[in-house]
Write a protein that binds this ligand. Structure first.
Ligand code: ADP
Ligand code: ADP
Ligand code: ZN
Length: 216
């Protein structure tokens, strides 16, 4: 199965992807994680992307497509794409890339979360720099800010500040939101409310995916 997780920044795509990949044996491909890794390793791709990311802008399509091509070509057969595509051009390129590999996109899960809630979530997000696990600061009232999986110190992403968050939400509305109609027209869009607990959202997604698997 090849699945795209769609939704505004902070909707819970990464949180759900980590749960789904284990349950369905899919490879989680998150362009944001790949880019942050490239920035951390100071590769030339990372250097090109860094400024756009800090400002909350989209990294140029050419860079993103280079990054994603290697992941899709030849690799695993099942994917969970998170944070890609983010505009119509990327969606069209993905269609072409999959077609050339005799693969197709099975499903797009659109996580719906209202504007104020995503702002709250992004402001409270802390991540583990080692294993990439995501948390919310509210869950650490009397505890040290360390990863429950690997014990590393958690930190805030450099683009989870009010200015970059505002810019990312603008970019989402302008460039990414049109993908909802794009995939609706193809008949592969399923919307899920992301405004419940992570576990409840996950159960809903599992239900949907099991029904899709039964059809295949
Ligand atoms: P969030 O989870 O908050 O939506 P991501 O981790 O997916 O953020 O992405 C972080 C940043 O990386 C984005 O603001 C953008 O600059 C860049 N980025 C990630 N994926 C893409 C993409 N598909 N196209 C262009 N830029 C991207
Ligand atoms: P995205 O990948 O869509 O940008 P994340 O998975 O990184 O979103 O989640 C953003 C923030 O919201 C994190 O702090 C995460 O812990 C929190 N979060 C994720 N899902 C939920 C949920 N269902 N309810 C409340 N908070 C959530
Ligand atoms: Zn960790």
């Amino acid at each position: 199965m090849i699945i795209v997780l769609l939704g505004p920044p902070g909707a819970g795509k990464g949180t759900q992807a980590k749960k789904i990949e284990g349950e369905f044996g899919l490879t989680h491909v998150a362009t944001g994680d790949l880019l942050r890794e490239a920035v951390r390793r100071e590769t030339s791709l990372g250097k090109q992307a860094q400024d756009f990311m800090l400002r909350g802008r989209l990294v140029p399509d050419r860079i993103i497509l280079d990054l994603i091509k290697n992941k899709i070509r030849g690799g695993a057969s099942g994917f969970l794409l998170d944070g890609f595509p983010r505009n119509i051009i990327q969606a069209e390129e993905l269609d072409e890339l999959l077609e050339a590999e005799n693969k197709k996109l099975d499903l797009v899960i659109n996580l719906e979360v209202n504007h104020n809630e995503v702002i709250d979530r992004l402001n409270g997000r802390v991540i583990c720099p080692e294993c990439g696990k995501t948390y919310n600061v509210d869950h650490f009232v009397d505890e040290p800010l360390v990863c429950k999986d690997c014990g590393s110190r958690l930190s805030q992403r450099s683009d989870d500040n009010p200015d970059a968050i505002e810019e990312r939400l603008k970019v989402y509305l302008r460039h990414t939101l049109p993908l909802i109609d794009y995939y609706k027209e193809k008949g592969i869009l399923l919307s899920v409310s992301g405004e419940r607990s992570p576990q409840e959202v996950f159960h809903r997604i599992v239900d949907l995916l099991q029904r899709v698997e039964d059809v295949h």
